[in-house]
Design a binder for this molecule. Structure first.
Ligand SMILES: [Zn+2]
Length: 421
């Protein structure tokens, strides 16, 4: 079974985008004064300007840069700000509308496809597909698998729940100990509509009772998840893995991608290369600044050490040629600054063209959607981003959503700050 292609409403008819500098996302050199033609939401031509073409509508993009719609492979769109008291007190509709705001902000930041790795239910995927709300095309893990007391387990020692676990209509956490638990949980998630299964092979940072160095799901259970998925169409596994040992368990168990990967040994990097495992380094979350007022000095020191180790780990993986996809862990930090990750990827060794490619085609490949998404090429859906920032000169400026002047999804203009459309 091929990966489910998340739909959005498309623009009917023929549309031509003229005059932008095109960076198509394949890694190819930019094309000045480009010409991109879409028919019924699908790109039929992308390249240098041609002679007159008969279309329904032309948009003049002179002075701008035209990029593929980006793919954020790691978000938590159900995470919205609020204390546990506020989360408990609100009506379900308030929460849903806040999530809808995050979906819109993510799309307006230039992310036309996102993979939510815990917390979002398929109702949002369906609403985006139906055009009921603006948002990225969605792939969902729905929930995450870990043992009792592991990264997926929200319960505090006294039995209470933290803020992120008291949101309305949150999916059941994937707390699994026995093989039977794994089988029941994975099959249940597939029945509910999961596009990927997320496992935690290490502990986490924000979860109440575990430590990053703890062992999460063991290799044998990752392998079991892999077998269950193979029986049902072969959806990918992605693994939250903070330690070297956790990455090895995930890769050997059959995970397609590693989230974070902040402590990779050179042998493990070689193992990832051998298996073609993709790294989603979520540098936006590794490097976010903590509030010194609410963080102890010991926690700040621990974090600085983790950041140094994490950056070194990701730099070595990239230098060795491990494929990278853009992921931000947005939700853990505010939604709508997703393309800040592009600048971070350049800081750890990617050339700007390669960062753009990792940010679009890299994610599309990881999601199994690269036949339809991830680059500006004939035959693909017209998911496009128009910016006034030259990404080859100042990619870090794309962090500000206001630098993204237009966004199109399947040829439909969903954001247009300059009234070009
Ligand atoms: Zn996450």
């Amino acid at each position: 079974m091929a990966a489910r292609l998340p739909l959005t409403p498309h623009e009917p008819g023929a549309l031509r985008l003229l005059g932008a500098t095109l960076i198509d996302g394949t890694g190819a050199a930019p094309v000045a004064d480009s010409d991109v033609e879409l028919r019924d939401g699908v790109i039929v031509y992308a390249g240098p300007r041609r002679a007159a073409v008969s279309v329904d509508r032309t948009i003049d993009l002179a002075g701008t840069f035209l990029l593929p719609g980006f793919v954020d492979a790691h978000v938590h769109l159900s995470m919205v700000p609020g204390t546990p008291e506020e989360q408990r007190a609100q009506f379900a509709e308030e929460h849903v509308l806040k999530v809808a705001g995050g979906l819109r902000d993510t799309l307006f930041a230039g992310v036309t496809t996102a993979r939510d790795l815990d917390g979002l239910t398929p109702g949002y995927r369906n609403a985006v597909a139906a055009g009921s709300t603006l948002g990225p095309r969605l792939h969902l893990a729905i929930a995450m698998l870990s043992p009792t007391g592991g990264h997926a387990d929200p319960v505090r020692p006294n039995g209470s729940l933290p803020a992120w676990a008291v949101r309305p209509s949150i999916p059941e956490p994937g707390v699994v100990d026995t093989d039977d638990d794994v089988i029941r949980t994975v099959r249940g998630l597939l029945r509910t509509g999961a596009d990927a299964i997320k496992v935690s092979t290490s502990g986490g940072i924000g979860s109440p009772t575990d430590h990053p160095d703890d062992v999460g799901l063991p290799e044998a259970q990752v392998r079991l998840v892999h077998r269950l998925l193979a029986e049902r169409g072969g959806s990918p596994i992605t693994a939250h893995a903070l330690t070297d040992a956790a990455v090895r368990s995930a890769v050997l168990g059959g995970a397609s991608s590693i989230e974070h990967g902040y402590d990779l040994g050179d042998d493990t990097i070689a193992l990832m290369l051998e298996h073609g495992t993709v790294l989603v380094p979520t540098l936006s979350t590794l490097l976010r600044t903590l509030d010194p007022a609410t963080t102890t000095s010991a926690a700040l020191r621990d974090r600085e050490a983790r950041q140094r180790r994490g950056l070194d780990s990701v730099r070595r993986a990239i230098a060795a040629g491990v494929p990278v996809a853009l992921g931000t862990d947005a939700g853990v930090h505010p939604h709508g600054r997703n393309l800040a990750e592009l600048g971070r990827l350049v800081e750890v060794g990617l050339e700007p063209l390669a960062a753009i490619s990792a940010g679009a085609l890299g994610g599309a490949r990881l999601l199994g959607l690269d036949a339809h998404l991830g680059s500006v090429e004939a035959g693909k859906l017209g998911d496009l981003v128009v910016t006034v920032v030259d990404p080859l000169a100042s990619i870090g400026d794309l962090a500000e959503a206001a630098t993204v002047r237009m966004v199109l999804q399947a040829g439909r203009v969903v954001k247009d700050l300059d009234g070009r459309a």
